[in-house]
Design a protein around this ligand. Structure first.
Ligand code: NOJ
Length: 758
């Protein structure tokens, strides 16, 4: 009997191991820590800390907004005084160089230790020159371009006296009800991870550049973790995910940002698996520090420590402070909990001095890495604004990114592009606004510098060729402007109706229970439709919309997102055909909100529904939708030309994965214009020890082709590309068959297969 007890587990281990690969990922602990583990810096941190009092250490863990009238619960009446007396070691929202310089002077010259301040700000998609919202930028799939947007933002931020941005937000987002989908890179983990790393490199520098270089600022990976998965899309709401989904879908972009060297991380507002992130030792210490080797610092989101009380995990602020510090939160953003209670908590032995020291060292390490101790004023050149803001190359980069982010969703009968000389009726609540083009979190972007759609169209097509009529406000049920709009449409060759949602309906605390256009805008579209003129819908919005009705009544649909300062130029570039659209969706557009959350990498269920197979009962579907497909899938976007795919080759098609597998395909521009295609590679692990997505993006390349031109594109799949968290949560791959698809969207149908052997 005893032998059987022994044998069963041994056999189980044998069989489980038998189906494992030899590949097991070693966590890249070294990658992250290599950035901030300079022994010279460590010596300076130790020496500085050995001279600091507890109060001074706590001061380094405090971050206040300079706008002390509009923020937080208990604020210092005078932020200068708080800096002077050492209770505040960091400032955010101050972005006037002379002011920041004065605050820095106080910190450096009037405090005992002379520790310089960090100056943080929400520079999310530009500081002054505003790029498209991040969701829009992700639709460019242009990783270098996105990196450059961060570089431009960093330079303008530095000119404003900043050395730290609360960006990139790398939360994977799959629910358009959540208003903050506009700030992220969409639903895909792989693409989101590449963008996370690129933005960190853009802000913090790469290659020989370091955090201490003149053109770099500190990045902040947020919101750790899984803030993008609130239940029912309601902001701040509970997140409840399996550890597998957390690790496989949500965590990789944070890790990618950290591996790229991000020196700070922001803790999320939400709870996850019943623990608020800001009190989660599992997230802040076990995963972030121990597994990933992060040794920068974690700042809370705005008053997130205080919010542990309404979350119901802390009885009072004192307890909240202890939970956060012990979890591994370095810096209290505006909550004033560390300032008021940390000393008391140390005295009561509810937190250990050692932990306070650790948290303080994290902040100081980054201040040293930024070079602030060597030159505290180096970011505070009061003449830089004039040189850096709205530089021609910044505007050019914003225009280029804006046109690459635009997604052509529909284009029947070659309605677009619009030929020069045609008369255009430009109608709609967003045709002549400027502020809305900036979206949410637009730094110090100035609406007077924004090129409106009307301005861009008039410049390109001529003032006498573009007839503008607002038609209707964006929401209010007022049809007064309809007749003027109809008149404009009747007297034109083509109508462009700029509809969508105002910029203020995106971003934090803008969850919505409907994702259709407001009724008045639909009525406007219906009215314009009666003129019989070709109808182009130009969308300005920060989330996927339900366009089921609009897609049946329009000839063309152009998703422009919130395109930023150069938006009007970019839209005119695309509508005129001066620029051939190439954006591809990074969030699925559902047919109806009832399908949400919907994303391309779904699983099969045990009762899959197969379209066009006749009656099927008791299968996974809705009885009020024809099938489970979205209106516009992930990866989708049209061009004014067409692309054909052929000759898919997989070499070798049987492999033990010691060497990568090469997937090659030929892409041809089969239309009449030059254009750029985003060639996408998807795979499926057909049978595994756990259910696997039907498709997962594993590679892509932007390819520019002249009419008739062909190019061979190759992708490499290595062991990492086919790995996942197996049944026992070990990470690696399993042998068996893998399907491959290559094409211009997540519904690509050029298919191949390969086999992975033991
Ligand atoms: C709250 C937001 O959630 C976060 O993204 C932002 O960085 C902070 N406020 C600071 O403004």
């Amino acid at each position: 009997m005893k032998i059987i007890y022994l044998l069963v587990p041994l056999l189980a281990i044998y069989f489980l191991d038998g189906c494992r690969s030899s590949y097991d990922r070693t966590e890249s602990r070294e990658t992250a820590s290599r950035y901030f583990s300079d022994p010279k810096i460590e010596r300076r941190v130790d020496s500085l800390m050995s001279q600091m009092t507890l109060d001074e250490k706590i001061g380094q863990l405090v971050l206040y907004s300079s706008h002390f009238t509009t923020t937080g619960p208990t604020l210092p009446k005078n932020v200068e005084e708080a800096i002077r007396n050492g209770t505040c070691g960091n400032i955010f929202n101050a972005h006037v160089p002379a002011y920041n310089r004065e605050l820095q002077r106080i910190a450096v010259e009037e405090t005992r230790m002379g520790i310089p301040l960090l100056f943080g700000y929400d520079v999310i998609h530009g500081m002054k020159t505003i790029f498209p919202i991040n969701l829009g930028m992700s639709c460019s799939w242009d990783i270098e371009g996105i990196k450059n947007s961060a570089r431009v933002a960093a330079r303008e931020a530095i000119a404003a006296g900043l050395n730290w941005t609360f960006s990139p937000m790398v939360d994977v987002t799959r629910d358009p009800r959540w208003g903050r989908v506009s700030e992220g890179s969409g639903e895909d983990t792989y693409l989101g991870s590449l963008i996370a790393a690129a933005m960190v490199e853009g802000y913090q520098g790469e290659g020989p550049e370091t955090l201490a270089s003149d053109s770099t600022i500190l990045a902040c990976i947020k919101h750790f973790a899984a803030y993008g998965a609130p239940q029912a899309g309601r902001d701040y709401q509970t997140v409840d995910l399996s550890d597998r989904t957390l690790r496989e879908t949500y965590l990789p972009p944070y890790k990618a940002g950290i591996d790229a060297g991000a020196g700070s991380v922001m803790s999320a507002f939400n709870d996850i698996d019943a623990i608020p992130a800001t009190a989660s030792r599992y997230l802040m210490t076990d995963i972030l520090r121990k597994e990933w080797g992060f040794n920068g610092f974690v700042v809370t989101d705005f008053t997130a420590i205080n919010e542990l009380v309404p979350h119901g995990v802390a009885a009072d602020s004192l307890e909240a402070g202890a939970l956060a510090l012990n979890a591994g939160i370095n810096m209290d953003l505006q909550g004033d909990i560390y300032h008021r209670f940390l000393k008391q908590l140390v005295e009561q032995k509810r937190v250990f001095l050692k932990q306070v020291d650790k948290m303080c060292a994290g902040v100081l390490r980054i201040k040293f890495a930024l070079g602030l101790f060597d030159d505290p004023y180096r970011y505070l050149d009061t003449t830089a604004v004039a040189r850096e803001f709205y530089k021609p190359e910044n505007l050019a980069a914003a225009r280029d990114m804006a046109r690459k982010s635009i997604v052509l969703l529909k284009n029947d009968n070659r309605t677009l592009p619009i030929a020069t000389g045609r008369k255009i009726a430009l109608i709609g609540p967003f045709a002549n606004t400027r502020i809305d083009l900036l979206g949410s979190w637009y730094g110090q972007g100035d609406s007077s510098h924004v090129v409106s759609i009307l301005q861009g169209m008039q410049e390109r097509f001529g003032h006498n060729k573009v007839i503008y009529a607002q038609g209707a406000p964006y929401e209010q049920e007022s049809r007064i402007g309809f007749s003027q709009a109809l008149h404009a449409a009747r007297n034109s060759d083509i109508t462009v109706v700029a509809v969508g949602l105002p910029g203020s309906w995106s971003g934090e605390a803008t969850s919505m229970t409907t994702i259709t256009l407001p009724l008045i805008q639909q009525e406007l579209i219906a009215a314009i439709r009666t003129t019989g003129k070709p109808l182009v819908l130009l969308l300005l919005n920060g989330r996927p919309l339900d366009l089921s009705w609009e897609s049946t009544v329009s000839d063309a649909i152009v998703e422009a997102w919130y395109p930023g300062t150069e938006g009007g130029h970019a839209v005119a570039d695309v509508l005129s055909g001066d620029f051939n659209p190439c954006g591809k969706l990074t969030m699925t557009f559902p047919r109806t909100l009832g399908q949400v959350p919907i994303h391309y990498d779904i699983k099969n269920t045990g009762r899959p529904f197969t379209p066009n197979v006749g009656e099927q009962h008791y299968v996974s579907r809705y009885i009020d939708l024809p099938d489970n497909t979205p209106l516009y899938p992930f990866g989708y976007g049209l061009s004014y030309t067409t692309f054909a795919y052929s000759d898919l080759r997989i070499v070798p098609d049987k492999s033990d994965m010691k060497q990568p597998i090469e997937i090659t395909v030929t892409v041809r521009n089969s239309g009449e214009r030059s254009g750029t295609e985003v060639v996408q590679l998807y795979i499926q692990d057909v049978v595994a020890s756990v259910t696997r997505p039907l498709r997962q993006l594993k590679g892509f390349e932007r390819v520019e082709l002249a009419p008739g031109e062909s190019r061979e594109i190759s992708f490499q799949l290595d062991a990492e590309s086919i790995s996942f968290y197996r049944q026992d949560m070990s990470y690696g791959y399993e042998p068996g068959q893998f399907k491959v698809w290559v094409g211009g969207s997540s519904t690509a149908d050029l298919e191949g297969i390969f086999e992975v052997t033991r």
